[in-house]
Design a binder for this molecule. Structure first.
Ligand code: MG
Length: 249
């Protein structure tokens, strides 16, 4: 079921999203060689709680931390660990959110750990840009396929692959609501986009093939071919005045 939000709902949700964005910014700034992903998770948790919000990833479906932190060929759902220490040249995808006033925010970004290769930079830039292509397509009267088509075209034209098994999603009182928002598709197809929809749009883009595999930890998803992967996400409200990114600091 798709829940449309009123402007009053959006005002509350915007606060949860603002805290989510702040947490992502603070945690991303702490990415540097020598820090563990466990420490990054604690930075995220401290920030979220300091704002009076709750880390909404913690214990969701049994996930044991506040942030998913995925390094290099890890696509999503990496579990923070004291044993995972960042190295110069890593690319680090951080996905986290906060809940406040009954509403959720959700956002992600891929950060460079020190100096990274030009090809890694290009993957990160393209993935970020593809998110904005998707957001631009999230307009009243459009279709859900417009979003995925925009993301897919942008990334595939640049030689990258779109992960299929995981998608964006509706977000609101639940972190994961209907509809699912694929990062691939055909423009003009699928569900009609309506004012009041709030969507987490989140391209997961691989440098090599699209295929993925899940590790035996039951969470971490990696590229099958070991190529690098990047991930960017915003929570976006579809309004009569166009798409509004809610996860801004
Ligand atoms: Mg999400």
């Amino acid at each position: 079921m798709i829940v449309l939000k009123t402007s009053r709902d959006l005002a509350v949700m915007r606060e949860a999203c603002r805290i989510s964005a702040g947490a992502l910014q603070v945690t991303g700034k702490a990415v540097e060689p020598g820090i563990s992903t466990w420490e990054l998770d604690k930075i995220a948790e401290r920030y979220i709680r300091s704002q009076g919000a709750e880390p909404n990833f913690l214990n969701l479906y049994g996930f044991p931390a506040c942030a998913c932190i995925s390094i290099n060929d890890e696509v999503i759902h990496g579990i923070p660990s004291k044993k995972r220490v960042l190295k110069q040249g890593d690319i680090v995808s951080i996905d986290l959110g906060a809940k406040l006033g009954g509403y959720n925010g959700d956002n992600a970004a891929t950060f460079a750990c020190g100096d990274i290769s030009d090809e890694a930079k290009r993957l990160i830039d393209t993935t970020r840009e593809s998110l904005y292509e998707g957001i631009t397509a999230a307009v009243v009267g459009g279709k859900i396929g417009d979003i995925g088509s925009a993301v897919q075209r942008y990334c595939e034209q640049r030689g990258y692959s779109v992960v299929r098994e995981y998608t964006g999603h509706g977000v609101g009182k639940a972190l994961h609501e209907d509809p699912s928002v694929p990062n691939y598709g055909t423009a003009g197809r699928g569900l009609r986009l309506l004012a009041g929809m709030t969507l987490a749009i989140e391209p997961m883009i691989n440098m090599g093939g699209a295929a993925i595999r899940q590790l035996s930890d039951g969470w971490t998803v990696k590229t099958k071919d070991g190529s690098l992967s990047a991930h960017f996400e915003h929570t976006v409200a579809i309004t009569n005045d166009g798409p509004k990114i809610l996860t801004l600091v």
